[in-house]
Design a protein. Sequence first.
Length: 200
Amino acid sequence: MRSRLVIGLLVALACTVPLTACSAAEGLARNALGSSGGSSGTETAVCPSAEAPAPDAANATPDPTPAPTLDPAIASQVRTALRQVRALPAVAEATQTTTNTPSSAPDPTCSTRWVTSNHFASRFTVAMDPDATPAQAGAVPTTMATELAWTGVSLTLTVPADEGHIASTVHYDGTFDQQIPTSTSTAVAQDWRPSPRPRT
């Protein structure tokens, strides 16, 4: 207790010198008081000393916590992309599902505390009309790349068989954080729609 009074007196005396010195003296005093049991107001969460249970061994009836949700801005991008794709010519059906795969691991700064990470992913499935042209099929990934800026998106794009071509499916994974030029997507659509083999 006596040491705290002495420190307080030193601060009061230091405040008679210019303001910068006063501020520095106050900071030293806060640190000294904090180390002797006082509160500096800047403490971080204390790392539990007891061994923390693994997630599978945790309490069977934990307190309810809010379910993790996709960032609202990204969720809005996903909805907009789906709406734009459905409006494209020759798109017969377009659906989208978003999943979350959580994982837990020890906190690197505290071995007795666990941290849960959420890994969201959105999968688009688009079916074109059988008579869709390569340009119409190519418009799908180009439109998605215009609306999205997120690598956690995949696309399965299918064109059913029709006169002049066999059924074809192409997969896009993690490519929607960049622009996909129409010429590129159209060329890809043309390449994966081979003509049927001639009958013998």
